[in-house]
Design a protein around this ligand. Structure first.
Ligand code: NAD
Length: 259
C-alpha cells in the first residue's frame, strides 16, 4: 500500500480526500497535516491518523503527498519534499510570483503532478477548448466561472487554465490579452481579447463556461462540478501514477493519457 500525506486535511478538499482514501485499496492515509492554529489539530481523521502540524514528521511518514491547502503551505511543502525526494500532487491554486519557477525547479528532483482541476471532465475540456479556439478562427472568446463564497482566489485556477489553453491554441499571450474586469466606458472590444469573469456566491463547487462568438452564432463549452469527489478521485489517480515516476512536472493530461 502506498502511504499518503494529505496537506490541508481538514479543509473542503481535505475532507473529500480523506473519505476517498478510506475506500482505496492501493493508497493508505498515513499523515494528515493542517495549519498550526487549526481547531481540530490532534483529532483523529482516520484510524490511527491524527491531524498534525509538523511538516517534516508528516513528510517522513509518506510515499507521496497530496496538497490542497494554501499557497504558502504549498511552498513550505516543496522545500521538505525536495530534501526527501517525496513525489507531490499539487492542487492548490492562487500561487503567485515566482511560484511557477519554484515548482519547476523542484520538479528537476521530484515527480510532481500539478493541475488547477483534477476532474476528468475538465482535463478533457481543456483539449476541447484548444480545439475550438483553433477551428473557430476569429470568434471572440470570453469565459465565466462561478464558485462558492469562501473561495479566496479569483479568477479560479481552472478559469486561467482554460483561458491559457484557448490563448496558446491561437498563438496568443494570455498575460497580454486577458481582461479580468469591465466597467465604465471601456470602449469597444479589442480584437484578440479574452475576457475572464468570476462570480462568488452560495456553495457552488465550480462552474466554468467558455464562450466562442462568431457571426450569428455562439458556441458554449461548459463544465459543472457537482461534488468534490471527482477532484479527490482524480488526485488519488494522480498520486498512484506519480509514485515511483522519474522527476518532472506533469499535468492531469499526462496522467490520463499515459495510463
Ligand atoms: P479550504 O479552505 O476548505 O481548505 C484548505 C485547508 O488548508 C484549510 O483547512 C486550511 O486550514 C489548510 N491550511 C492552510 N494553511 C496550511 C498550512 N500551512 N499547513 C497545513 N494546512 C494548511 O479550501 P479548499 O476548498 O479545500 O481548497 C484548497 C485549495 O485547493 C484551494 O487553493 C483551491 O482553489 C484548490 N482546489 C483545487 C482543486 C483542483 O482540482 N485542483 C479543486 C478544489 C479546490
Amino acid at each position: 500500500m502506498t502511504r499518503v500525506l494529505v496537506v490541508g486535511a481538514a479543509g473542503r478538499m481535505g475532507d473529500a480526500l480523506v473519505r476517498a482514501l478510506a475506500v482505496s485499496s492501493e493508497l493508505r492515509l498515513t499523515a494528515a497535516l493542517e495549519h498550526a492554529t487549526h481547531s481540530r489539530l490532534g483529532s483523529e481523521v482516520a484510524p490511527g491518523v491524527k491531524l498534525g502540524s509538523d511538516l517534516r514528521a508528516a513528510c517522513a511518514q509518506a510515499d507521496v503527498a497530496i496538497d490542497f491547502s494554501s499557497p504558502s503551505s504549498t511552498l513550505a511543502l516543496l522545500d521538505h519534499a525536495e530534501s526527501l525526494g517525496l513525489p507531490l500532487v499539487i492542487g492548490t491554486t492562487g500561487l503567485k510570483g515566482d511560484a511557477d519557477e519554484r515548482i519547476a525547479r523542484a520538479a528537476k528532483r521530484l515527480a510532481i503532478v500539478r493541475a488547477a482541476n483534477f476532474s476528468l471532465g475538465v482535463t478533457v475540456l481543456l483539449e476541447f477548448v484548444a480545439e475550438a479556439a483553433r477551428r473557430l478562427e476569429g470568434y471572440e472568446i470570453d469565459l465565466l466561472e462561478m464558485h462558492h463564497d469562501q473561495k479566496v482566489d479569483a479568477p479560479s485556477g481552472t478559469a486561467l487554465a482554460l483561458a491559457r489553453a484557448a490563448a496558446e491554441a491561437r498563438g496568443q499571450d494570455l498575460q497580454r490579452d486577458a481582461v479580468y474586469s469591465r466597467e465604465g466606458i471601456t470602449g469597444k472590444r479589442k480584437p484578440g481579447q479574452i475576457g475572464v469573469q468570476a462570480l462568488r456566491l452560495g456553495d457552488s463547487i465550480g462552474e466554468h463556461t467558455v464562450y466562442f462568438a462568431g457571426p450569428g452564432e455562439r458556441v458554449e463549452l461548459a463544465h459543472r462540478a457537482l461534488s468534490r469527489d471527482n477532484f479527490a478521485n482524480g488526485a488519488l489517480t494522480a498520486a498512484r501514477w506519480v509514485t515511483g515516476r522519474t522527476p518532472g512536472l506533469y499535468s492531469m493530461r499526462d496522467v490520463v493519457r499515459r495510463g
